[in-house]
Every structure is written in structure tokens, then in C-alpha cells.
Design a protein around this ligand. Structure first.
Ligand code: P5A
Length: 427
């Protein structure tokens, strides 16, 4: 992509309304722009990141044996009356009426919709287990939307729903999702620790939040120091049950089993939340299957969320410095920025144009800064938007056929031939 035709309105100044680094950087790089409180437009650069995160989440959900569906954003109140949540959900739910005066809502989550689908199509234990997931916009009329997309009113969520015949089966589904989550966050260079949580409006008695440790996190978490040496990649639900880590609302200093000197406290960003709630929705919504003896059994369910739009901000909280963002390669909007330091020099521009074509041919995602701007502004912009690599070329490259390759994270710079730079970026 050529910068001259792209759209990423970068800002030098810190926007006043933004209190945390990720919000400031998302606004300053032109990734998002607010439409109204808690509601944003994703501009081209931000959308590329959102799509990459979404794709990683999707791949790991598929790998864990889940089936993707796309449920609507608008739901009928009727389904929520059946589950009993329509009145309980209160002001967080955005309610509306259609032209026939039927009560509708913008879905804050989709337990009712998916359970109703299950009830209509699946009748036998032979069809279990089943896991369906959905990547769709949700709306919650939060009292205090803040920190940009970190706590929005409209936000993108991955929500998975598991259906099993028995409680053991449901626990296996829960375990499969724990594993999928650890893999998902690791692919984004994030360490998210699962902590016990209350299940709030979703319900049930077993629930974990995945928290990324960050000073700007909204939740306070308390955990046993052994957590810090834990290998989360081999974490099982049983092991998790024996360890103490709790979010603020569940932590009671009186009953906490961890001695004071071993108890750590930190702030965290909740990027995922998993729940086991048994038959809370299957009974009222009629999701029963016939077991091997012909008996009608209500299915055992769980639901598993990931805040996809929140993750863009959480990744920035974990990966930035004073100059800007430092994207992990897996979610970077482009892998490399190509900087033409003198667009007025015809030979230099021709060489850069060729380099751009070669990078594209090698399948490299490249943002080519071909704008007529000063060197300082170009460097600052490229550091700000934080692509993992920068290839810097100027009139000297015409003679030498060399460029400078800079690693955004380490700041390390090497001189190498144009050919080698293409090879390195393409591999
Ligand atoms: C699990 C999937 C649920 O809604 N039902 C379906 C369950 N869980 S949850 O914890 O309420 O939300 C799941 C994740 O969504 C993100 N999230 C938000 N992101 C941005 N702005 C918000 N206002 C917001 N609310 C929730 C979080 O990452 C949360 O873990």
C-alpha cells in the first residue's frame, strides 16, 4: 500500500480525551475515530489489525473443534423472556421496537439465540458434543464507556457455546477452551492468566477470566506467587482449581487461602471470560436430547467469550514505547514500512518503486511511504504506527544498491543489499 493513497491521519499531539497509552496511540495513528460515546469507526489501519486478531481467534476456535456461525446483532425480546434475563439485564441492554411494536434488542451476548437454534435442530445424544461460535458486534450500554475500544458500548466479541450430555463432557469442553485461549493469546505475544471470577449476568458456578497484567487494567487481581512460574501451556482445569487467583469481586482477605507474604496483587485487562452454567438456559429454552435409554435430558452448557476489539487495545498496552506502537508480527497491520527518503530524486524514487514491487511479489505486506515529507516526520510516523520492520532507502541506495533495515522493537539497524532485504522480509 502506498502512503500517498492510503488513509491514516496521524496526530503529533496527544488527544485530550485519551487517558491510557493504547487509547492515545489508537487515536494518534488514525486506527479508530469516535462517532459517539463508546462507539467507534475503525479506519483502514485499525481494521487491518482487528481482522488479523479475528483470524487468529477463528483459527484456534476451529482447531478446538468448534463450528462458526453468524448470528444477528438484533434479537427478539421473546427469547430473553423465556430465559428470564429480559428484565434482569436492566439498562445495559439497548431495547427498541420494530414497526409492529414488537420488542427487540441489540444483543449484548447470544446464549438465548444459540440455545434456541440447538433446541430446534438437535434432538439426540449422538449429535453431541457440539460447539458453535460467532464473531459478531455486541452492544452494552455501559455506564462508563472509557479508554477507547477497551470499554466500548459497541464491541466485537467472539462467543462460543458448548453443548454436552453430561457435566464431565461440559468440563472437557471448558478445558478445550482454556487450551484454545492460551494458544490464541500466545500467538499475539500476550500472557493472559486465568483467574477465578464471578459469573455475573451470564450465570453458573464455574468461571474464569483471562487477565493480561497491565498497570492500566480495570480489574484488581490477587494471585498466589506460584502463578508467576506456572507454565500456562500445560495448564489443566484440575490444576487451575488448586491454585488461587481471583478478580477483585471474588477476593475476600478473610477467607483467602494464600498467606499474605505469598499473595501478589496486580491490575489486569480482562480479554476473555469462560463460564460453565449447566442447564440454566437449556431447561427454559427447551434444549433437551434423548439419551441412550430414550430419556429426555437437558444439555449441559458453557459459554466462552473473547473481546476482539478490546484485544487491539490490550496488545498495544503490552507492546509500546515512548515513540509509539511495537506490533507483534502476527497482528501488525503491515509487516514492513518502506521509506523513500527523497521522493524528488528520480533515480531514488525509481529504485524504491522497484523495491516496493519486489516486496509485493514476495508476498510481503508493505506500507510504502512515498509521500513528499521531511525525513524527521517520516521516521516519527513510522515509529508511531509501529510496523515490525522498516526499510530505509535514499539517494545513496542508487549507487550502493543497499538499504537500511531497522527492527522497530530493538531499534537495531543493519545495512544490507536490496535483494537480501526482500529475501529476509519474504521468509
Ligand atoms: C461469554 C461469551 C459473555 O458475554 N457470553 C458469551 C459470555 N462474557 S463477558 O465476560 O461478558 O464478555 C466476554 C468478553 O467480551 C469483552 N467485553 C468488552 N470489550 C469491550 N467493551 C466492552 N464493553 C466489553 N464487555 C465485554 C471482554 O473481553 C470479555 O471478557
Amino acid at each position: 500500500m502506498r502512503s500517498s493513497i492510503y488513509f491514516y491521519p496521524t496526530l503529533k499531539e496527544t488527544p485530550q480525551e485519551a487517558q491510557i497509552a493504547s487509547h492515545r496511540l489508537m487515536v494518534r495513528t488514525g486506527m479508530i475515530t469516535q462517532v459517539t460515546s463508546g462507539i467507534y469507526t475503525w479506519l483502514p489501519l485499525g481494521l487491518r489489525v482487528l481482522k488479523k486478531i479475528e483470524q487468529i481467534v477463528r483459527e484456534e476456535q476451529d482447531r478446538a473443534g468448534s463450528l462458526e456461525v453468524l448470528m444477528p446483532t438484533i434479537q427478539p425480546a421473546e427469547l430473553w423472556e423465556k430465559s428470564g434475563r429480559y428484565h434482569d439485564y436492566g439498562k445495559e441492554m439497548l431495547r427498541m421496537k420494530d414497526r409492529h411494536e414488537r420488542e427487540m434488542l441489540y444483543g449484548p451476548t447470544a446464549e438465548e439465540v444459540i440455545t434456541d437454534i440447538f433446541a430446534r435442530f438437535i434432538k439426540s445424544y449422538r449429535d453431541l458434543p457440539k460447539r458453535f461460535y460467532n464473531i459478531q458486534w455486541k452492544f452494552r450500554d455501559e455506564i462508563r464507556p472509557r479508554f477507547g475500544v477497551m470499554r466500548g458500548r459497541e464491541f466485537l466479541m467472539k462467543d462460543n457455546y458448548s453443548f454436552d450430555l453430561t457435566m464431565e463432557g461440559a468440563k472437557a469442553s471448558y478445558q478445550a477452551m482454556l487450551e484454545a485461549y492460551v494458544r490464541t493469546f500466545a500467538r499475539m505475544d500476550l500472557t493472559a492468566i486465568p483467574v477465578r471470577a464471578s459469573s455475573g449476568a451470564i450465570g453458573g458456578n464455574l468461571s474464569h477470566e483471562f487477565q493480561i497484567l497491565a498497570d492500566t487494567g480495570e480489574s484488581e487481581i490477587f494471585y498466589d506467587e506460584t502463578y508467576e512460574t506456572l507454565d500456562v501451556t500445560t495448564l489443566t482445569l484440575d490444576r487451575l482449581q488448586t491454585l488461587y487467583a481471583a478478580a477483585d469481586e471474588l477476593h475476600d482477605p478473610e477467607t483467602c487461602p494464600v498467606p499474605q507474604e505469598k499473595l501478589k496483587t496486580a491490575r489486569g485487562i480482562e480479554v476473555g471470560h469462560v463460564f460453565y452454567f449447566g442447564t440454566k438456559y437449556s431447561i427454559p429454552l427447551g434444549a433437551f436430547v434423548m439419551d441412550s435409554e430414550g430419556k429426555q435430558i437437558p444439555v449441559e452448557m458453557g459459554s466462552y467469550g473473547i473481546g476482539i476489539s478490546r484485544l487491539t487495545a490490550a496488545i498495544i498496552e503490552a507492546h509500546h514505547d515512548e515513540a509509539g506502537i511495537m506490533w507483534p508480527e502476527s497482528v501488525a497491520p503491515f509487516k514492513v514500512g518502506l521509506l523513500n527518503m527523497n521522493v524528488k530524486n528520480e533515480a531514488c524514487t525509481k529504485l524504491c518503486d522497484d523495491m516496493y514491487q519486489k516486496l509485493l511479489q514476495a508476498g510481503v505486506e508493505v506500507l510504502y511511504d512515498d509521500r513528499d515529507r521531511g525525513a524527521g516526520a517520516k521516521f516519527a510516523d513510522m515509529d508511531l504506527i509501529g510496523l515490525p520492520w522498516q526499510i530505509i532507502m535514499g539517494p545513496r541506495s542508487v549507487e550502493s544498491k543497499q538499504c537500511e533495515l531497522k527492527n522497530r522493537r530493538t531499534g537495531e539497524k543493519v545495512e544490507l543489499s536490496l535483494e537480501d532485504a526482500v529475501k529476509k522480509m519474504g521468509s
